[in-house]
Design a protein around this ligand. Structure first.
Ligand code: NAP
Length: 338
């Protein structure tokens, strides 16, 4: 194991990969492909590693995507913003704001890179990347060519896309994303946190979202974490009714695309199960946001896994609801279960 992943996972875990390299421009890809070809356990592409948990050393190759650059163009109704995959997503949001291009403000301070954004279709406060994604540019390892996958073909769903499917992870390296942002700006303030504050301008929304995020998401340089660790569970209305018998105030929202299902707030469930701010030694949950698992210092992968399983167990005991990880989990041979 020769490639340290410590700088490339925001949990700050001291793990290694068999091999790896940082790709800063297209000319470096042949050397990266060489490493991929020699790897018997496949490869992983990382941006900031803000959405991954390594359960230990990884026996494959890691490509750290640091392709940089942003281009702007426009037509009568739309701004087009093409960003290379290694750009920090928040920097892109801030840059568009500075240029008077509005629409991304609800997505401020979501951790990670532009290349990671379509993989889980990042979203916040009622806005998702898929609302703006014109296409994702990929290096297709099957054809050996650079290709464009249009937004409508990306299989975007709730924190989901075709890029989460294992065959596609082994096939595509995301190199850039182009966003189409309508010039006709409309605020998205339907979430209670925004609605209750009478935010009127993009700048007000941006500033408010930034301030909320700074409270709820610990800085990984201080406390290692991977943002929201679990997905919000989607359950049947019958399950909701059972929970409401004991917790009549359980927050619930319509599930996308299925009127018979509802989305619960994982952070609320964890909090009510008594797991907000717990510290099991070196790992636990954040005091300001129970959904965030944290490395309180010196945690091993096993400590994070144990904390995650502890939270899962407590929520299942209290509500009969299973929490599934939103972060991608990797073991010695590649993506795996918690
Ligand atoms: P919050 O405002 O305390 O709300 C808790 C949960 O309830 C959220 O997860 C949200 O679901 C859901 N919710 C609240 N109002 C809703 C509405 N009007 N319609 C549908 N669902 C509603 O959440 P928070 O933890 O502070 O996070 C704020 C936002 O940042 C959320 O949208 C969250 O998803 C987002 N976030 C995204 C990432 C990421 O993309 N990786 C990481 C951290 C936080 P949704 O999660 O479906 O919005």
């Amino acid at each position: 194991m020769s490639f340290s992943l410590k700088p490339y996972n925001t949990f700050g875990l001291d793990v290694k990969a068999r091999d790896g390299m940082v790709v800063r421009d297209f000319a470096m890809f042949p050397a990266a492909f060489d490493k991929i070809r020699k790897s018997s356990a496949g490869f992983i592409v990382l941006g900031h590693g803000s959405d991954v948990l390594f359960k230990g050393d990884y026996d494959g190759a890691v490509i750290v995507n640091r392709l940089m650059g942003v281009e702007f163009s426009e037509d009568a109704n739309t701004h087009y913003v093409k960003a290379q995959a290694g750009e920090t997503f928040h920097d892109l949001v801030a840059l568009t704001m500075k240029k008077g291009i509005y629409g991304l403000e609800n997505l401020a301070l979501i951790p990670g890179t532009v290349g990671g954004a379509p993989v889980q279709n990042i979203g916040a406060y009622g806005v998702s990347l898929s609302d703006f994604c014109r296409y994702v540019e990929v290096l297709d390892l099957v054809t050996g060519k650079v290709d464009r996958i249009m937004g409508r073909d990306c299989g975007f769903g709730y924190r989901d896309s075709i890029f989460r499917i294992p065959e596609n992870q082994a096939r595509y390296i995301i190199t850039a994303v182009e966003l189409a942002i309508p010039k006709d700006w409309k605020p998205e303030t339907s979430y209670a946190a925004l609605r209750s504050r009478n935010l009127e301008s993009p700048k007000e929304i941006f500033d408010f979202v930034c301030s909320m995020r700074k409270i709820k998401l610990p800085d990984p340089r201080v406390l290692g974490n991977a943002g929201s660790f679990f997905r919000n569970p989607v359950v049947s209305r019958e399950t909701l009714a059972v929970i409401q018998k004991s917790f009549d105030n359980v927050p619930h929202y319509p599930a996308e695309g299925d009127p018979d299902m509802v989305k619960l707030a994982a952070g609320w469930l964890i909090d009510q199960a008594g797991c907000r701010g717990i510290n099991l030694g070196t790992a636990g949950t954040y005091e300001n946001q129970a959904l965030v698992l944290v490395n309180y210092g010196g945690a091993t992968p096993e400590d994070i896994v144990n904390a995650a399983r502890h939270v899962q167990g407590r929520v299942e005991d209290a509500f009969g609801v299973r929490l599934d990880p939103e972060v991608r989990i990797y073991g010695e041979k590649g993506e795996c279960q918690l």
